[in-house]
Design a protein around this ligand. Structure first.
Ligand code: AMP
Ligand code: GLY
Length: 453
């Protein structure tokens, strides 16, 4: 009879060795996984990982939704020492970093340089790799060096402001200005007139986004339709995760202010095999080669923000993490054990695992607080969450109050994802379920996916 051996903590790394050493068949894999972050993206990652064999998922700090698929850990994403202590105490085998800030701040370097943490796998690039997102000027240099298609640009600081104004004058409206550093997703400005662009350029260099805009990238405006393509790489091999389209503006028909993202659809119909082949050949492969040439050992996600210009892909931006709300759509289309894929990624053997995506279409609708993306109130009691069926509701900004009720705790509150055989079908289910969720001031877009039908 097969002997079932339960090991404490995370044993997946040593499962084969145990087998050899003990001479017994190991049937119980234990995987202790820590997801870092607290948004809808992290809920979706935790939800998918928790379905894997032997997975025990922790989320730091998490939200009311992640508490339902794992255990929340009261640690801030930048508390590296606290995260270290937790990982050691709970025998964490895999850390998945959700947001960019801890990556840019060097959480992966912290793990790799610490003797006790070295054996723990961590998904995400080190500080050097994270510059692809942390510095737009670096990313543009990287693309230029590696022949990766992107918009023409000039990098400007106080010393070459005159060149910047001259460069702007050679472009056509609208004008694109990007703060070099991280600016909480607000560092990209698109201006309609040259006068506005020059005024904003002066303001940015004068500290509009603090030190993040001490350098500004002026870019040619690319006309086309955007798509988010997600690469998971172990530095050598890669897989393309399902792509998605994000809806950034607050209002229907792409009107109003920019937000963190109001919805997503995956797959994206115009992302044909021909288009994706161009993405792989012109962007993914040269990006991975470029990283290797720069001596970057990149194990993690690369989110390519692409513009499809007449069938040709151009890079608008790199992110070194998954997208939000794209992840809430993408995770529902990944088949099989996602934890296994991430363990293989960290171990440098992504080519050895089977990976498949579902043919279904996922539609995600984000419910946000009244007033978002400007000032909004928190603490609104949410109802109807227990009435949902046929969808997954990923919590983005929620918390439990003293009475144990789920309350709003952010601008983006909850992302409802439904799967269907078509965009129409997935939309119908998602929007039907959205009507069941109530909280004071609730707002969502009604047109997610409509442009793709
Ligand atoms: P983010 O960097 O996510 O704040 O988003 C900036 C947004 O600005 C992108 O998603 C695009 O919609 C737009 N954008 C950025 N660069 C360009 C460009 N060169 N041409 C056209 N649109 C752009
Ligand atoms: N949805 C865009 C982002 O995550 O940056």
């Amino acid at each position: 009879m097969e002997q079932i051996i339960m090991y404490p903590g995370d044993n997946s790394k040593d499962a084969m060795d145990w087998k050899a050493i003990q001479g017994q068949h190991v049937t119980a894999v234990v995987r202790n996984i820590l997801v870092i972050g607290s948004g809808g993206r992290e809920h979706a990652l935790a939800w998918k990982l928790a379905q894997g064999e032997g997975a025990k998922v922790f989320v730091a700090p998490g939200n009311a939704g992640t508490a339902g698929v794992g255990s929340n850990v009261n640690l801030k994403v930048n508390d590296f020492e606290g995260i270290k202590a937790f990982c050691l105490q709970h025998e964490i085998g895999l850390v998945v970093v959700g947001p960019e800030q801890p990556l840019v701040d060097g959480i992966v370097d912290f793990f790799r340089q610490d003797e006790q943490l070295q054996r723990i796998r961590i998904i995400g690039p080190d500080r050097k790799g994270a510059r692809l997102e942390g510095s737009k000027a670096f990313a543009k240099d990287f693309m230029e060096r590696n022949g990766i298609p992107t918009a023409r640009c000039l990098k400007v600081n106080q010393d070459n402001l005159g060149d910047g104004i001259a460069f702007l004058a050679t472009l056509h409206a609208p004008y694109v200005l990007k703060a070099d550093g991280l600016a909480a997703g607000k560092g990209v400005l698109i201006l309609d007139t040259l006068e506005e662009a020059i005024a904003e350029l002066n303001e940015m260099l004068g500290g509009k986004f603090g030190s993040a805009s001490a350098t500004v990238v002026i870019e040619e405006f690319l006309k086309g339709i955007e798509v988010s393509v997600f690469v998971l790489t172990d530095g050598e091999h890669y897989v393309l995760l399902p792509e998605a389209k994000d809806y950034k503006r607050i209002g229907d028909g792409d009107q109003g202010l920019n937000t963190g993202g109001m919805g997503a659809v995956s797959p994206v119909p115009f992302c044909t095999p021909t288009f994706l082949k161009k993405v792989e050949e012109r962007i993914v492969m040269p990006t991975l080669t470029g990283l290797r040439n720069d001596g970057v050992d990149y194990k993690g996600f690369i989110f390519l923000g692409l513009m499809n210009c007449g069938g040709d892909p151009y890079v608008i931006e790199y992110n070194v993490r998954m997208g939000d709300p794209e992840t809430e759509a993408v995770m529902t289309r990944i088949e099989g054990d996602f934890a296994e894929l991430l363990y293989a990624c960290a171990d440098g053997c992504l080519d050895k695992v089977h990976y498949a995506k579902s043919d279904k279409t996922a539609v995600t609708v984000m419910l946000v607080s009244g007033g978002y993306p400007e000032a909004y109130e928190k603490g609104k009691v949410m109802t109807g969450l227990d009435q949902l069926y046929g969808c997954v509701a990923f919590h983005a900004g929620t918390a439990l109050n003293a009475e144990g009720q789920v309350v709003t705790a952010g601008g983006r509150v909850i992302a409802v994802t439904a799967l269907g055989d078509s965009i129409e079908e997935a939309r119908a289910v998602a929007y039907q379920q959205v009507t069941q969720i109530h909280f004071e001031g609730e707002h969502h877009r009604k047109d997610i996916g409509l442009d793709l039908i």
